[in-house]
Design a protein around this ligand. Structure first.
Ligand code: MG
Ligand code: ZN
Length: 222
């Protein structure tokens, strides 16, 4: 019974995701769904990335959290168009589903954007299962987590189009084995591009931002 309900939820999500995809195509905007566990540094990574991408790339952000608009407030300082979704009012869902995205995207005015980033709710489990009509999925892992997370949460790393290993400025102070973490990602998803960065120092940002710009250009021609 429970399996059937879950199946129906995912089917309904897929139908809405297709509608979102059609909308994003009409608006000619590239959509990147960013996922990670809580505390991986997604918001800081985005703040620094947006400062370097704009204004040549016009960026909007939809931020998902169960409660608060703290992350949206931090991102708004960059000058990007930002909107916050709180799932608390819809039962506190721990992921963003496709039906929450369209109204927010319409509110942002996607015709004036080249890139729409969705900062998903911090969670390595169900956000991987919910297609929101995005063009690419990014997963962020930080060096303050375990090297074995890709093995523990393989679906997230399997569906990702790009992975970012964040907080590498902390490596000298930790026993974290960055090579092992990357090997574990590649074990789950051999072709996965992985960028090792520090959102604090901006080390490693150039190849990561280049990847973003190429993806935006490939879809939108902009
Ligand atoms: Mg955040
Ligand atoms: Zn969830």
């Amino acid at each position: 019974m429970e399996i059937n309900i879950q199946k129906r939820v995912l089917e309904a999500n897929e139908t809405q995701a297709d509608k979102n995809r059609k909308f994003f195509k009409e608006q000619n905007v590239f959509v990147l769904n960013m996922m990670s566990s809580p505390g991986s540094g997604k918001t800081q990574l985005l703040c620094k990335s947006l400062k370097l991408l704009m204004p040549s790339v016009r960026v909007g952000v939809i931020v998902g959290d169960i409660c608060t608009r703290n992350d949206a407030d931090r991102l708004e300082i960059t000058g990007a168009k930002v909107t916050q979704i709180n799932t608390d009012q819809f039962g506190g869902d721990c992921h963003l589903s496709a039906h929450l995205i369209l109204a927010s995207a319409e509110g942002l005015g996607c015709l004036d954007l080249d890139l729409l980033i969705v900062e998903n709710i911090g969670n390595l489990v169900c956000p991987a299962e919910f297609d929101i009509g995005e063009d690419a999925k990014a997963v962020v892992l930080s060096v303050t987590e375990g090297e074995d997370k890709p093995l523990k949460y393989p679906l997230m790393f399997r569906v990702a189009d790009v992975a970012i290993l964040n907080k590498i400025d902390l490596l000298p102070y930790l026993d974290f084995d960055a090579k092992l973490a990357v090997d574990n990602m590649k074990q789950v998803h051999p072709q996965l591009p992985v960028f090792e960065v520090s959102a604090k120092t901006q080390q490693g940002f150039e190849p990561w931002l280049e990847w973003v710009k190429i993806k935006v250009f490939e879809k939108t021609g902009k």
